[in-house]
Design a protein around this ligand. Structure first.
Ligand SMILES: [Zn+2]
Length: 79
């Protein structure tokens, strides 16, 4: 799986603050993650993240793509 800065990952273990979700601030051999519940930042080895991740969502996606290709049936002319 491909992880990118800005993605939100959901981990198995909740942070003590109760949140399961972390924002990726940096990727590499280690990831820097920020808890979405309390803002706490941690460094975690990539392998650990991959082992514990339950889900991934990408807030930037889902809007702005696939817009405006909707004029298939414009004016067929009969002669
Ligand atoms: Zn937290």
């Amino acid at each position: 799986m491909q992880y990118e800065v800005g993605d939100i990952v959901k981990l198995k273990k909740p942070h003590p603050c109760g949140s399961h979700e972390w924002e990726i601030l940096r990727v590499g051999a280690d990831f820097r993650l920020k808890c979405l519940g309390c803002g706490h930042q941690i460094m975690v080895a990539r392998t650990l993240v991959e082992k514990n991740v339950r889900g991934l969502r990408r807030p930037g996606e889902g809007s702005g793509t696939g817009n405006g290709a909707a004029d298939g049936e414009s004016g067929k002319q009969k002669n």
